[in-house]
Design a protein around this ligand. Sequence first.
Ligand code: SAM
Length: 214
Amino acid sequence: MSTNKAQQFYDRISHAYDLIADGGEHVARERGLELLAVQAGESVLEIGYGTGHSIVALAKAVGESGQVKGVDISSGMRDVAQKRVDAEGVQANVELLVGSVPPLPFEDDTFDVVTMSFTLELFPLETIPAVLAECRRVLKPGGRVGVVSMATVAEGDKASMLERTYIWMHTHFPHIVDCQPIPLEELVTKAGFTLSKQERIDLFTMPVSIVVAN
Ligand SMILES: C[S@@+](CC[C@H](N)C(=O)[O-])C[C@H]1O[C@@H](n2cnc3c(N)ncnc32)[C@H](O)[C@@H]1O
């Protein structure tokens, strides 16, 4: 999907996103945050913050001495997320930007943590190395990246019927199913990160990978 189409798509579904997707995805998203274990005082970036659930959790974790920034292509998502941030009273240390990634609109060595959930797999496979390289560039030395994504089945495992349908839909109707399962562990490692934590979760018979890497 082109960036223009992605923006229009997410603008259109921003108010319904939680109803459509979050019922299934929230377990993996929340586990990703647990593994990332963000600490008070840290500076955190979320790419593709969507309706802002993680942004709020991250803002509470970093506390008043930390800061959370987000970048998302959809102003519709920004509006929904900003409303959630305001309702939770964490707006003082949160800044939500609207823009297309890559690149990331930040200086080198800015963040202790960069995170994404159900977002990296939206990028074309050939663009993912550039997204991860940008994560590396804006991370401080020793900083960590946390990613949750739909994953390709582990070697030796058979894809479920749903997984095969999903991939078929992505291939033939990318404007309806905009993401594809990706070999997350391999992509993150190839981008020069070292995996420190990795888990797999089943989402309606489809594998979801969670990694934390330095
Ligand atoms: C599937 S949603 C996931 C939202 C959220 N991370 C979650 O787990 O609920 C993907 C998000 O990535 C954003 N997005 C898609 N393509 C993007 C791009 N090229 N740059 C920045 N954000 C993008 C969408 O607007 C959307 O909010």
